[in-house]
Design a protein around this ligand. Structure first.
Ligand SMILES: [Mn+2]
Length: 430
């Protein structure tokens, strides 16, 4: 990798990873190999099993678990709606399922819903092979749906900014009961219980910790438990780049799940192949990419709504190129149902000092209501910019080309401003 001096420090680069990039705060989780805790008094252990490692929780973590338990207890017997991002990924899917199973222990019945598409082959395979309880709730249906049966709404692996459904649920005056996420803080949402850990690699790790604390006793003779543990393992692996970016707590969660998951089932989920459309988008991204300062940037033109997940898959692929630490892939996604178009993009990075959330926010800014066009978590980010008045009329191919070239140039300039700040914005020189 090139030396950092070629990439001028700007506000999106965090040199001192105080938010936990270097690992968990050592006072938060302690691993012991012997019954004595090394530094003392503040820890309580769960009952020791036959495994040589046990998680020791700080009193702060114990309080969080207790608060979670109390919230669920307060809502015993109610129905809740779990909102996922419009394009749910394995981390979101598995974590929502784990929440649903935990909530069941409190006789809370949950429906897991999403508004968009399951377009990634692996996600379709995950849902099909595990019978993951999930419902698609398109936004048109949501607009007329009676939400009054739900006493609360739950956001898992998102904070509402990536779900079109939140507006409908809020209009129905359904309170947000729980938010569990690991993305950077988005809107200032109020909820009865919030567990947002921006230093944690996967929401599946957080849910696994809740399970491990005794909120759900996993049992290998219960197929649903085995499948959910397998889904969590997949979610955790997929948000940590197959554990390569996993931290101690993720490995611990994975170690715990390894007692329950079905390795063959996980293998079957991961064997799913890429669709032809995804291959074509990857091909376009390869052809169109420009590499500058270790950033690979590629516009892929127009995509159908159903193929939107090809964008992150192309970014995953581009970031594997030698001398590239960060890839950004974007295109114009056409939503035929709503007659709307969006510029949609994904960022993937291996550069530990690059914060995708800040990078995306800095590059694209906010809309008229002060909402950012995107954000991220460690090593990944995304954005979605509504094209509003400029949506549509792409059946005319000359016009479509012109429109794409304008948006392509605009997105590139916004990105390049951060990639080579000096080159694009010479200070005081015109
Ligand atoms: Mn996640």
């Amino acid at each position: 990798m090139q030396s950092d001096s070629t990439v001028p420090l700007s506000s999106f680069v965090t040199m001192e990873p105080d938010s936990g990039i270097s690992g968990l705060n050592p006072t938060e989780v302690q691993i012991i190999s012997s019954p004595q805790t090394s530094n003392g008094s503040n820890y309580t252990t769960e009952s020791r099993g036959r495994f040589p490692y046990e998680v020791v929780r700080s009193s702060e973590q114990e309080q969080k678990i207790e608060a979670f338990r109390q919230v669920l207890e307060r809502h015993r017997g109610e129905r809740q709606i779990i909102l996922l991002q419009d394009f749910p990924d394995p981390d979101a899917l598995s974590s929502a399922w784990a929440y649903k199973l935990i909530a069941q222990k409190f006789e809370i019945q949950c429906e897991i819903v999403y508004a968009g598409m399951l377009s990634h082959q692996e996600n379709i395979a995950l849902v099909k092979l595990t019978n993951l309880p999930l419902q698609r709730l398109p936004i048109q249906t949501a607009k007329t749906k009676d939400f009054s049966i739900y006493k609360g709404c739950v956001l898992i692996d998102n904070q509402g900014t990536t779900s079109q459904l939140l507006t409908s649920v809020q209009q129905a005056n359904i309170p947000i009961t729980v938010i569990i996420d690991h993305h950077s803080m988005q809107d200032d949402l109020k909820a009865e219980f919030i567990d947002i850990r921006t230093y944690t690699r996967a929401t599946a790790t957080i849910l696994t910790q809740y399970i491990q604390s005794g909120m759900l006793k996993l049992d290998t003779s219960t197929p649903e438990h085995v499948k959910c543990a397998t889904a969590l393992m997949h979610g955790l692996r997929s948000d940590t780049n197959r554990l390569m970016q996993a931290q101690e707590e993720d490995f611990l969660a994975a170690a715990y799940l390894s007692r329950f998951y079905d390795a063959q089932l996980l293998n079957a989920v991961m064997q799913s192949s890429r669709s032809k459309q995804v291959m074509e988008v990857i091909e376009r991204s390869l052809k169109n990419r420009m590499v500058q300062n270790n950033f690979s940037i590629a516009g892929v033109g127009y995509l159908r709504y159903d193929d939107r997940d090809a964008i992150p898959q192309a970014a995953d692929f581009l970031v594997t190129e030698e001398n590239v630490h960060t890839a950004v892939v974007y295109g114009i996604v056409h939503d035929e149902d709503e007659e709307l178009e969006f510029v949609v993009g994904s960022l993937r990075t291996n550069k530990i000092t690059l914060d995708p959330d800040e990078f995306i926010k800095e590059a694209f800014g906010q809309d008229a209501h002060g909402r950012f066009f995107g954000g991220g978590r460690s090593q990944a980010g995304g954005f979605e910019i509504p094209m509003g008045f400029l949506s549509g009329f792409t059946e005319n191919s000359d016009y479509a080309k012109t429109k794409w070239s304008v948006f392509d140039a605009q997105v590139k300039q916004k990105l390049l401003r951060l990639v080579n700040p000096d080159q694009n914005y010479p200070k005081g020189v015109n």
